[in-house]
Design a protein around this ligand. Structure first.
Ligand SMILES: [Zn+2]
Length: 423
């Protein structure tokens, strides 16, 4: 394929990497600092426009979320939460979604990155935008869920819908992308496609094959429910056949790809057998359509593997192949001793693949049949574009080398905190 030079923007703020959910909580934002360091160590930033995202405003968050929920998130602190037990329960805050210092800023930054990425795609200033801190797909309108508070994906989709008649959302996290599906379940302007483990009460419990959307949205929600032990070959096969058909019938103007890394082998919460290459094949395949692409993070609970995965997929988007030996770099190099400093996922005990050929063939047939109901891309009456007045001007200056390294150094404090709390 001829190499097409894409303009790729990349969003990172060290403040998200220093956020800390709670002792022994599986979600460790520190993995974002490690990812960024690895991106720099492989010198990928030289071909990216690197931005520190602005913080999303409260009114931007309320484009999807209920105002009382956003208001509560903006005010609650670890010290005051005990006075608000009723609201804590109502908004599903507490154990899985704890209140921690800087929580609201954390939400505003990761959401800001996704919204800004969408704006740059809308304006044609980027072909691809990457925000590894985004992709928090479980958050609901008035409720936190599964380590997610604000649904940056829904917010970015709403932004893309200002310019694009149809937006495609794809989710390869091991968990069902329930928050995004629910938000767009009734519309034909957003198609959501989620590949996930389903059954055995696996979180969040939704995403069955028969959940296909309703009303105008019928056939615009696609669910690919999988069992334990999916390997590269099985996953890539069902991913490509599904997405090829989706692209034919839906013809999106823009795509959001959530790259949750908990679908990799050996994940602390996951149960698939994907390698870094298998996971990245999905990214490469979607890039090959040359449609504007917003790439987001998501789950991923072995920090070193998350960093490997997302640095490798940053390279994939740049059309580069990385050296198998992780380059020595400051601060986090030791974390990669778990696989002899190699760019691979070390899997000691592979999980048995419980997806039989006939099961996979059956769900594939069912999904392709459903998609055949949409042979012609729906025509959408585009309304006059809504005003963008509430969105401040983008700071268009990419970070220079000095600023990039300062961004890392600030992470030293959390490093110490995390080393007490290793996986
Ligand atoms: Zn997940």
């Amino acid at each position: 394929m001829p190499s097409i030079k894409n303009k790729i923007s990349y969003y990172y703020d060290s403040e998200v990497g220093t956020s800390y959910y709670a002792p022994n909580h599986p979600m460790k934002p520190h993995r974002l600092s490690m990812t960024h360091s690895l991106v720099l160590a492989y010198r990928l930033h030289e071909n990216l426009d690197v931005f520190r995202p602005r913080k999303a405003t409260t009114s931007e968050l309320a484009q999807f979320h209920a105002e009382d929920y956003v208001d509560f998130l903006s005010k609650i602190t670890p010290n005051t939460q005990h006075e608000y037990l009723t609201q804590m329960q109502r908004f599903n805050l507490g154990e899985d979604c704890p209140i921690f210092d800087g929580l609201f800023d954390f939400c505003k930054i990761y959401s800001g990155g996704s919204i800004e990425g969408a704006v740059r795609i809308n304006h044609g200033t980027s072909d691809i935008a990457i925000n590894w801190s985004g992709g928090l797909h479980h958050a609901k309108k008035s409720e936190a869920s599964g380590f997610c508070y604000i649904n940056d994906i829904v917010l970015a989709t709403l932004e893309l819908l200002k310019y694009h008649a149809r937006v495609l959302y794809i989710d390869i996290d091991i968990h069902h992308g329930d928050g995004v599906e629910e938000a767009f379940y009734l519309t034909d302007r957003v198609m959501t496609v989620s590949f996930h483990k389903f059954g055995d009460l696996f979180f969040p419990g939704t995403g069955d094959l028969g959940d296909i959307g309703m009303n105008n949205g019928k056939y615009y929600s696609v669910n690919v429910p999988l069992h334990d032990g999916m390997d590269d070959q099985n996953f890539i096969d069902i991913f490509k056949s599904t997405m090829q058909k989706v692209m034919e019938v839906f013809q999106p103007g823009a795509i959001i790809l959530q790259c949750g890394a908990d679908s990799l082998a050996a994940d602390r919460l996951g149960c698939f057998n994907l390698t870094l290459q298998g996971h990245a094949s999905c990214v490469a395949f979607m890039k090959s359509f040359n449609i504007p692409l917003l790439v987001l993070g998501g789950g991923g609970y072995i920090k070193s593997n998350v960093a490997r995965c997302w640095a490798n997929e940053t390279a994939t988007l740049l059309g580069r192949t990385l050296d198998e030996n992780i380059p020595e770099h400051e601060f986090y190099y030791e974390y990669y001793s778990d696989a002899s400093y190699q760019l691979k996922v070390q899997q000691k005990n592979p999980i048995e693949n419980l997806n039989s050929c006939s099961y996979l063939q059956d769900i594939k047939t069912c999904i392709l049949n459903n998609l055949s109901q949409l042979e012609v891309a729906p025509s959408v009456q585009m309304h006059e574009l809504p005003p963008e007045a509430f969105i401040p001007e983008l700071d268009d200056s990419a970070l220079n080398e000095d600023e990039l390294s300062r961004n890392i150094i600030k992470n030293m404090a959390v490093n110490e905190m995390e080393s007490r709390d290793r996986e």
